[in-house]
Design a protein around this ligand. Structure first.
Ligand code: FVH
Length: 306
């Protein structure tokens, strides 16, 4: 247990799940006095042994906070439940709980009504990357820029800091946009392994290496979409056009059929390409699909599973 007095900013952390615990360990390692609270109390015990103080309740943790109050909980509803009854007057609240942009904006207004300053964050890291600057992990922040400036050192002790503006919803928007891109990539990887998985003579480890290299080589296409999207000309600098890709999709689908693989993960994207080509935009690149997609909200049946 640490007994020496620290000159570093004290941190109050609510939520000791996998990510909360990683944050706690990083702040302790960096020498920040740390007060923790978790709904299930036992999770604080190992941290208390290493120098943290366990608060008796979330309200007590907030009341005694002399530095940022950081939340890392399951979802926005758990943030509301945890802070219900806490006096937030004059407190600096940093919410690292994943939520939607609208939830972040509502939570910022809710905090302001209670006299608190508010910063929302979206964590672009998994727990082992926390407190490891070389891992490349970082957090998107948006909201009160003065609050970020005041607590920058504290926040940089756990991960890189990427401020994306005063709109409190933007950190969540960037976060979910990147995670959504990742989800699409994982869907493609799942389909690719399903295609080859049944082949007896195929070296899966070799295939996995080639797949990873190919995805890395294709990733810059994301960067190349920014200019046509900003300028509105989707034929600008096109190397592979939609007409060619839509034709190749027929081969992809035929191969899925031959390999007895359900193409359902890819079909909606292929259908978007087909529609754009049918509208007479076969000479465009992939950026031409963005306005088409942005004009069609998800069917009600896709609104989530909770
Ligand atoms: N872990 C990860 O890889 C990702 C990386 C990117 C960012 N996410 C987000 O971080 C938030 C916390 O994630 P986590 O990994 O710590 O999640 P869990 O291990 O499931 O812990 C959840 C904590 O939330 C507490 N909790 C849940 N419901 C309530 C509630 N109604 N009232 C108070 N606390 C609640 C839970 O408490 P307990 O079950 O131990 O009592 C945990 O402390 C999350 O937004 C990720 O999307 C992580």
């Amino acid at each position: 247990m640490h007994t020496e007095t620290s000159t570093k900013t004290p941190v109050t952390l609510l939520g000791l799940g996998d990510m909360g615990t990683a944050l706690a360990r990083a702040w302790l390692a960096a020498g920040h006095p740390l007060t923790v609270w978790n709904r299930t109390p036992g999770k604080a015990d190992p941290l208390v042994r290493d120098g943290a103080r366990a608060a008796a309740s979330a309200a007590e943790a907030v009341a005694s906070a002399a530095g940022p109050v950081v939340l890392c909980l399951l979802d926005d509803a758990s943030v509301g439940e945890t802070l219900d009854g806490a006096d937030l007057t004059g407190k600096d609240v940093v919410n690292l709980t994943t939520g939607t942009p609208a939830q972040a904006r509502r939570r910022a207004g809710w905090a302001a009504e209670r006299g608190a300053r508010f910063l929302d964050g979206g964590i672009m890291a998994v727990p082992p990357m926390i407190g490891q600057p070389e891992s490349g992990g970082y957090v998107f922040y948006s909201g009160d820029p003065d609050l970020l400036a005041r607590h920058r050192e504290v926040l940089e002790a756990v991960a890189g800091v990427e401020f994306v503006g005063a709109d409190p919803g933007h950190a969540a928007l960037y976060d979910v946009a990147l995670l959504s891109a990742m989800t699409g990539m994982f869907a493609g990887i799942t389909h690719a392994f399903a295609l080859v998985g049944g082949e007896k003579e195929l070296d899966l480890a070799r295939f996995a290496g080639l797949l990873t290299e190919w995805l890395a080589a294709m990733a810059p296409a994301g960067q190349e979409m920014a200019a046509p999207l900003a300028g509105g000309d989707h034929t600008e600098g096109v190397t592979s056009n939609l007409a060619m890709m839509a034709a190749a999709n027929d081969t992809f689908l035929a191969t899925a059929r031959e390999q007895a693989v359900d193409p359902g993960l890819l079909v909606p994207y292929m259908e978007l390409m087909r529609r754009r080509v049918a509208q007479g935009h076969g000479d465009e690149g992939l950026s031409g699909l963005v306005p088409l997609l942005a004009s069609q909200p998800a069917p009600a049946t896709w609104q989530g599973n909770r």
